[in-house]
Design a protein around this ligand. Structure first.
Ligand SMILES: [Zn+2]
Length: 375
């Protein structure tokens, strides 16, 4: 789908020449179509590593599956460019005697969107197809409609007993993902399941590609980090931050576009797909690093949007900031519509501008740059 429409150029309303090529878009599609549930990210991490490998000097992996592509591994000053690799999913939790399956969340999966969705159940015997069943409209009591909740949504795999379900390879603890595929809407939006935040993994890999292709000489170590387990509390980033011990971390994740129906700008701010990368203000964000990124955006004519984080950013930025003895960290977010649904949407132009903003911000960092407020 993506390949046919995409010619390696930006959308027609894009003011810049496209920086993504056919190969990168092919990778994006493959990467998004592959499931990477929290705690079970390895096949996706392998895809990501295979893609980034030609653009870095070496790589490292940790015990729980975070993967890091490294440029200049011997340099003492270390800059992390990070995204998270995992996507929300479900766990098989309880199989009834007559072969229905109840679930637990793995991350913030949305019960409201579940009924009538198709799913992939990841079993030791491979993928087993299933569906979220739901009683027909004709059979429900109109005055007392039940809304989907964790207590009533269930899967069906076409089996009539627990025994039959188990023979299909399904057991308590199997992970379940929605069955949905990457697409492009109106040549303007990438759309799919779990662009949150695998589009981030894609973007940081593209930064590595640009550095390699432009033959940029970077004097410090760059650690392209694709962390696992963000969706359940920034756990992968917590682990890898201690392993890398970076001096700086530039983190990218998605944030909410607030232009669609039923979204409150009072609650969520005024952010729009197509208007550029979003920079966060908040205690975890190091202000001198943030200033650096804003100056870079200005210089390179990349329009930015701003959001304020209360207490924490809720992204891996917090994990890096508060790791070790405190790491200068900042967050560059990509606005996204319909987060944690199967139809997440991001603007093509924003994707390119986030890549460019990370790329130029990284290049403008000086070796051993000291970010402290008072020297
Ligand atoms: Zn998420």
């Amino acid at each position: 789908m993506a390949k046919k429409k995409e010619k390696g150029k930006g959308s027609k309303d894009s003011k810049r020449a496209g920086i993504l090529n056919t190969q990168s878009l092919q990778f994006l599609e493959t990467y998004i179509n592959n499931a990477a549930p929290t705690g079970f990210e390895t096949p996706g991490q392998q895809l990501w590593l295979d893609y980034i490998r030609p653009y870095v000097d070496t790589y490292m992996v940790d015990t729980y599956g975070s993967v890091v592509g490294v440029i200049n591994p011997d340099a003492p000053y270390k800059v992390v460019v990070e995204a998270h690799a995992d996507e929300i999913a479900w766990f098989v939790h309880y199989i009834t005697g007559d072969g229905f399956i109840y679930l637990r969340r793995n991350g913030g999966s949305d019960h409201m969107i579940a009924p009538s969705k198709r799913v992939n159940i990841h079993t030791p015997k491979g993928i087993v197809k299933g569906v979220f069943g739901w009683p027909a409209i004709h059979t429900r009591t109109a005055e007392k409609e039940e809304t989907p909740s964790m207590k009533n949504i269930f899967l069906e795999v076409g089996a009539t007993s627990k025994d039959e379900v188990e023979k299909m390879g399904i057991h308590v603890g199997c992970v379940v993902t929605f069955d949905d595929e990457f697409a492009i809407l109106n040549d303007r939006y990438y759309m799919g399941r779990a662009l949150d935040n695998r589009v981030g993994g894609f973007m940081i890999a593209e930064v590595a590609r640009l550095i390699k292709e432009n033959k940029d000489k970077i004097p410090f170590g760059v650690y392209f980090t694709n962390s696992v387990q963000e969706e359940i509390g920034l756990r992968g980033a917590e682990m890898i931050a201690h392993r890398i011990k970076p001096d700086v971390a530039i983190v990218t994740d998605v944030c909410h576009d607030t232009q669609t129906p039923m979204m409150s700008k009072v609650v969520n701010g005024d952010l729009a797909c197509g208007k550029g990368p979003v920079l966060s203000y908040g205690p975890a964000v190091q202000n001198n690093l943030l200033k650096h990124i804003i100056e870079v955006a200005d210089k390179n004519k990349i329009s930015i949007q701003r959001q304020a984080a209360s207490r924490s950013t809720g992204t891996d930025t917090d994990a890096f900031a508060y790791s070790n003895a405190g790491v200068a960290s900042a967050l560059i977010s990509l606005p996204l519509r319909y987060m944690h649904t199967t139809v997440e949407m991001v603007h093509k132009e924003d994707v390119e501008n986030v890549i460019l903003l990370i790329y130029h911000s990284l290049k403008a960092i000086k070796n051993n740059q000291d970010w402290r407020y008072i020297k």
